[in-house]
Design a protein. Structure first.
Length: 360
């Protein structure tokens, strides 16, 4: 398929639309609009009902802006891609219904896209050299997943979080330290002023790399989050002592170092075990420059690390359009019965019962 593809993303608290031009084998991002819903900062987290209402109010204008940036009209579109899951069902429903309505009225093909597959495609919009095979680390507020990307559309799960996602842990620790929501960027800025030798928090499940088993590439961040809580509030249930700026910076640095050490070690181990020439990091936590720098240092001379720019790592419609354009080019189409799912299966994902050293 060649031509113009509209992407729509409403899985959580960003309302986004993008226009992509595909001309085999290249893709070009022609227009991208992202509207963040700042209202959730008041509550320290996303309120699903408010997110859905905000999508309803903003989506039409956001699509118009993306089309204007691309210099085209609706009738020039050749296909429509929309996030079908996972995410907040009410928020997803807004995008899916809008996408279906446009596709039906324009008589254009529609494709539902898995949000995480979109993150895998994000770096290709800026770096066409990212081609399989590679190891993909997807780290966001809702997901932490390590993938063996053998080919586009063919993925093997190496490991995922057993509890909290990495981005969720960053946000909750940021809240403990009195930072805003979302807190990942603020925590990273604070950590730059912190000492690396004051707080040595646990590196959860890092020891699993030394043995075969299903947890070799698994992640866990709930214990790390609790360790920071105990450092902030030594007496369970008691009031936290006042923290000075230096204390907060050191705590932020200690937490970030622990989380990034685990993410880096497991990703690098998988790259080396598979012998792949590349790795990619996607999702909101991929905006953490310390993580990317650490992974690049670890894999220097062995594999290239691909990371999209920040606006393509947070939730956005450009990545949805990229993944959708690839699937539309293969002749795939979604029916008019497409429904959003918060548990949408990852397309083409093989989940092994055991991840051993001989296979990973």
């Amino acid at each position: 398929m060649t031509g113009w593809v509209l992407g729509i993303e409403t899985s959580c608290d960003e309302t986004s639309a993008a226009v992509l031009r595909r001309s085999e084998p290249r893709v070009e991002l022609a227009g991208l609009a992202i509207l963040s819903q700042d209202v959730h900062r008041i509550f320290g987290g996303v309120v699903p009902e408010l997110a859905s209402r905000a999508h309803v109010q903003a989506l039409g204008s956001v699509i118009d802006r993306a089309l204007a940036d691309a210099g085209i009209g609706l009738t020039q579109l050749d296909g429509i891609a929309v996030t079908a899951g996972p995410g907040l069902v009410g928020a997803l429903l807004v995008g899916v219904m809008h996408g279906k309505t446009l596709a039906y009225s324009l008589d254009r093909p529609l494709i539902g896209v898995h949000h995480l597959e979109g993150h895998l495609f994000a770096p290709t919009l800026e770096d066409p050299e990212l081609v399989p095979p590679f190891v993909g680390l997807l780290v966001s507020g809702g997901h932490t997943m390590l993938l063996d990307v053998r080919a586009w559309g063919e993925y093997r799960l190496l490991g995922q979080t057993l509890d909290d996602a990495a981005g969720e842990a960053f946000d909750k620790v940021a809240k403990l330290l009195g930072l805003g929501y979302p807190g990942g960027a603020d925590l990273e800025r604070l950590a730059r002023a912190g000492r690396s030798d004051r707080y040595r928090f646990p590196r959860p499940m890092l020891q699993a790399l030394d043995r075969d088993g299903p947890d070799r590439y698994a992640f866990s961040f709930s214990g790390l989050k609790t360790a920071v809580l105990r450092a902030v509030r030594p007496v369970p249930g008691g009031e936290a002592p006042a923290l000075g700026d230096a204390d907060r910076a050191d705590l932020a640095r200690g937490f970030q170092d622990a989380a990034n050490d685990v993410l880096t070690a497991k990703t690098a181990h998988a790259v080396e075990a598979l012998g792949y020439p590349a790795a990619m990091v996607g999702g909101g936590v991929a905006c953490n420059r310390a993580l990317v720098a650490q992974l690049r240092e670890r894999l220097a001379g062995r594999a290239r690390v691909h990371v999209a720019s920040p606006r393509l790592n947070t939730d956005n419609a450009a990545m949805i359009a990229a993944a959708g354009a690839w699937r539309l080019a293969r002749g795939e189409r979604s029916g008019w019965d497409l429904e959003p799912r918060d548990d949408l299966p990852f397309p083409g994902l093989l989940v092994p019962t055991l991840v051993s050293g001989s296979h990973a």
